[in-house]
Design a protein around this ligand. Sequence first.
Ligand SMILES: Cc1ncc(COP(=O)(O)O)c(C=O)c1O
Length: 380
Amino acid sequence: MSVGAAIRARFPIFGHTTYANSCSQGALSVDVREAYEDYLAGWDERGSEWEHWVERAETARAAFARLVGASAEEVAVTTSVSQGVSGLVSALPLERGRDRIVISEFEFPTVGQISHAQELRGAEVVHVRPEADGRIPLERFSDAIDERTALVCCTAVSYRTGYRLDVAEVARLAHEHGALCLADSYQAAGALPLDVGSLGVDLLTAGTVKYLLASSGLAFMYVRRELHERLLPTQTGWFADEDIFRMDISDYSPASTARRFDAGTPPVPNIFAGLAGMGIVEQAGVPAIEAHVRGLVDRLLAGLDELGATVATPRGEGERGPLVCVTSTDAPRLVEALAAERIVTSERDWNLRISLHLYNVDEDVDRILEALAGHRDLLS
Ligand SMILES: Cc1ncc(COP(=O)(O)O)c(C=O)c1O
């Protein structure tokens, strides 16, 4: 049995809907629902379970670490990508001569906005723009990065087009000039293998809302071990302290590990859910998920070609992941029309976004294609 067929029964939505929107939010599993109930039951029965909750947060740290091939000391548990990235930039001196932040045009708004907020501290933000074909050639990064660059922000898979970037090469270019490289991997985590060692990145962040199959309010940031001492966040909180329960207000003494990028009280309910969602992904195995989804994406692309649709996602091997974007004359209307047929998708930039995950099967792809054939007028 394929990964999809085996896992599907744990996601009730498939009983009545074709769900192809994991790029926005992963589908709800019975496992995640039970995890929330478990959290509530413990709260009901035992009142505050602080020790257990802190233990769960550490278990989540270890699970994130396994996901990206890091050690737990190299992982901060955050409530969002925004929190991690804000903490990171707060740790950059952005001194004259090293005051530039390079961002790709495919960054999620939060990364772009946080970068531009640093202009208030004297930073300069440089954008790396894609070609008309949706690719960002490495030369574009190479042209933008220089000795003044403090940080290069790139995104592993574009939420706008599904384009998968060669993160390892961008990290190499950043290092050639003594800059740090951050990979926003939200659209990849849980769908594509991520190994910080082979990517060579300094920082990597993602959250649990999408392919990690949980809900909002939980994310993480990998921080390469060698950087811990050097990166001193000024945006912080008591759970980032070296001794959380000393409750000391006399100084700032952050943890010596990546935990210095944690902040306040851990998002306990989200951690329960996140562990359940990540458990499903870990059990299936990311390489098996990637292989399964590649088959579905190939089937989808072949069907889209037959329909004469324009696919905005670059086609090359290694240039795409679980998200396929299709150009539409009116993407919001197309999403609505599909929703009326109980097919859940989303849209960005005038593209219909179809994203596939471990629980999807060939029949989902065929249903989507059949529905699109009925709305040919909304495809460009
Ligand atoms: C690539 C990417 N980065 C970041 C985010 C979200 O960031 P945050 O956790 O700060 O809401 C998303 C999606 O919501 C995303 O697709």
